[in-house]
Ligand binder design. Structure first.
Ligand code: FAD
Length: 638
């Protein structure tokens, strides 16, 4: 084969007729997005009254907007600090490019002496969404629910109604599987096709399928069996990932899937580019909010029924603290009148991760393959396998999860990911990329589950325009370092599994100045490496903990703030104990459940959800689909 033939060879496996069709569908849909308007910003008067005011039109906020406006008599106002989602956020394949744009609050973790020296500015960059749909408009699209034990443990903190069985009802209610292949799995019972959030399998082209199959085989050899699904009772193992992507191949965010379908409801008001600066509290009752409209003039808006704060894990505590709800000493030290003394801002958790990099297939043409796959904007742009394992011998609850991705040799996408999304400094980024100039990069995010180190969010000042102080205290507890190092070491054994051994796969152990005194690969080196490279997987939660008051609760199990009536918090900040999952679906679940609780609390009817299977799903399983699915999972599942 001539040089040209060799260079073109990868094109065939990357582009099928279906890929081209999907790309055309996506282009048509995005044209429609440019033409179609998101709901216009409501024009509101100073002193105007609504029934509900939702502070934050993000992931949870827009689920509430949809469900609460089902009650025709309720006038619901959503106040969102950001604007309409950009096309970069609507197109699935461009998600990496939404970070550090106006759709990101651009927050940073506090700098510490001990950690994060391998990051730019020596601190983690904490991207979160600032647009309709919030973080669901810019997240990385990985779809998961978590482990049954996670939710059952919430009950131990005095939270009635949040067991695995209770939350599964809402996980099903939010889900709208559009891909018939998902119902061919042994876990079909867990899935529904009639919820708002579309879910489909990874549109893995031939290259992705080959890489995913190698990963699954490798992980099976190092003790992580292949699972049919990441959603199921058994989660100890690895599986390929599903994605919240619509039939027209656009991102399934709450902006698109909960807001757009109801944007014309006459009882819905969406105020964009406007910052809630404070909840107005009179006589221990939330009566309204102060808002800077278009980030300028401040007005007051009132709520007859409730104020709901859904501003996310960093900004919800900021709004509450500015309103006098928080730790008494902190508020007094800032001169803020205390309305309720509660541990707002504490209990901050995240899935901290450390990178494991090994080399893969030695073939410069993988660069061409990878670059070509980037042209398919309809899907997650890389082969990806997710998994979990326990090192503490706890059979069903993972200590460590991983997300493992494969990029081509000299991958420009990984260069970008490392430098921009993960905020690694140039030295670390260069070490990863130069070690994989002529071989694939196999990159795992090795994530610590349920950290012992808990962080906090505090006010920097009483100016609502200032970012809050955020300190995750990543790996401050020694037990977290040891657990993560054990996980990292286990993950490095992937290079010894047969698919990677055949490729003479090598561990990439970069030189980091602070770790230079330790022998590469030694326990001390890994400890140092973990502390210097640790950063976020963008899953902050827990700062308005749902628990009994004597167990550190800020809200009760109906998400009402203790001591202040008519005030609720509904977003990821209420999560008391971190689930072993990415946080999009759990946050939508929380908002779906909250909406039902609010309706019940005011005597409104709550419709029973009946799960529909496979109806309306795309296509009968076609011969080539079936084969491709089996080519990844076949044989491995036995
Ligand atoms: C970069 C990134 C990647 C991620 N990847 C994944 C993934 O692959 N899979 C997954 O499951 N999860 C992922 N997540 C996590 C998941 O998306 C979030 O945990 C979840 O969406 C949080 O929802 P929320 O409602 O708590 O907050 P958000 O969705 O962030 O919503 C908060 C909203 O409130 C607005 N707001 C804040 N303050 C104010 C104020 N004062 N006034 C008015 N409005 C305000 C914000 O602009 C925002 O729109 C990711 C998150 C990020 C940021």
């Amino acid at each position: 084969m001539g040089l040209l033939g060799g260079a073109l060879a990868p094109v065939a496996p990357v582009f099928s007729s279906k890929t081209i069709l999907h790309t055309v569908q996506l282009l048509a849909a995005t044209l429609n997005y440019t033409a179609q308007s998101w709901p216009p910003s409501a024009s509101v008067r100073d002193g105007e009254t609504f029934d509900f005011i939702i502070a934050g039109g993000g992931t949870a906020g827009l689920v509430l907007a949809n469900r609460l406006t089902e009650v025709a008599g309720w006038r619901v106002l959503v106040v969102e600090a950001g604007g309409d989602p950009s096309l970069l956020s609507v197109i699935p394949g461009t998600f990496p490019f939404t970070a550090h744009t106006p759709e990101d609050w651009n927050y940073f973790n506090e700098r510490t002496n001990d950690t994060s020296h391998a990051l730019n500015l020596e601190k983690a960059s904490l991207t979160i969404g600032k647009a309709l749909g919030g973080s669901s408009s810019i997240n990385h699209l990985l779809y998961e629910r978590g482990n049954p034990a996670d939710y059952n443990s919430w009950g131990d903190l005095g939270n009635e109604g949040w067991s695995w069985d209770d939350v599964t009802y809402y996980f099903k209610k939010l889900e709208g599987v559009i891909d018939r292949k998902i119902f061919d799995r042994p876990t079909a019972e867990q899935h529904c096709s009639n919820g708002p959030i579309s879910v489909q399998e990874h549109k893995a082209n031939a290259q992705f399928q080959r890489d995913n199959a190698r990963l699954l085989r490798g992980f099976a050899e190092i003790g992580m069996k292949t699972l049919p699904d990441l959603i199921g009772d058994d989660q100890m193992g690895s599986a390929t990932q599903d994605f919240p992507i619509n039939k027209d191949q656009t991102r399934a965010s709450t902006a698109q899937n909960y807001l757009l379908p109801i944007k014309s409801r006459p009882n819905l008001y969406v105020l964009k580019n406007s910052l809630v600066t404070q909840v107005i509290i009179e006589n221990d009752t939330a009566v309204g909010v102060k808002v800077k409209v278009n980030l300028g003039e401040e007005i007051q808006l009132f709520a007859n029924v409730e104020v709901i704060v859904s501003a996310g894990t960093y900004n919800t505590p900021k709004v509450l603290l500015l309103s006098g709800v928080g730790p008494k000493d902190d508020l007094e030290s800032m001169g803020i009148q205390v309305k309720a003394n509660l541990p707002v801002g504490q209990n901050l958790q995240d899935h901290a991760f450390v990178p494991m990099v090994i080399t893969g297939e030695r073939n410069i043409f993988t660069t061409v393959e990878s670059a070509l796959s980037l042209l398919d904007l309809t899907t997650f742009p890389l082969p990806v396998v997710n998994g979990a394992f326990s090192l503490s011998g706890h059979g069903s609850i993972p200590d460590i999860q991983h997300i493992t991705l494969i990029g081509g040799a000299s991958s420009p996408l990984f260069f970008y990911f490392c430098l921009v999304n993960f905020n690694y400094n140039l030295q670390l980024t260069t070490a990863f990329i130069t070690s994989t100039l002529t071989s694939q990069i196999v990159f795992s995010l090795v994530q610590l589950m349920r950290p012992a180190s808990k962080g906090y969010v505090k006010l920097q000042s009483t100016d609502p325009n200032d970012a809050p102080i955020i300190n995750h205290r990543y790996l401050e507890e020694e037990e977290d370092v040891e657990r993560l190092v054990a996980g990292l070491k286990k993950m490095y054994t992937l290079r010894k599994s047969s698919p990677f051994k055949k490729e003479r796969s090598k561990a990439v152990l970069p030189r980091i100045k602070e770790c230079a005194k330790y022998k590469k690969g030694s326990h001390d080196y890994f400890k140092c490496y973990a502390k210097q490279t640790v950063t976020t997987t963008f899953h902050p939660l827990g700062t308005c903990k749902m628990a009994a008051k004597d167990k550190g609760g800020v809200v009760d199990s109906r998400l009402r703030v203790y001591g202040i009536s008519r005030l609720r918090v509904v977003d990821a900040s209420i999560i008391p104990v971190q689930p072993c999952a990415k946080m999009f679906a759990p946050t939508v679940m929380i908002a779906e459940k909250a909406a039902d609780m609010i309706k019940q609390d005011y005597g409104k009817p709550v419709e029973e959800f009946v799960c529909v299977k496979a109806e309306g799903c795309e296509g009968v399983v076609e011969a080539d689909d079936k084969n491709s699915h089996e080519s990844v999972l076949g044989g491995l599942l036995g």
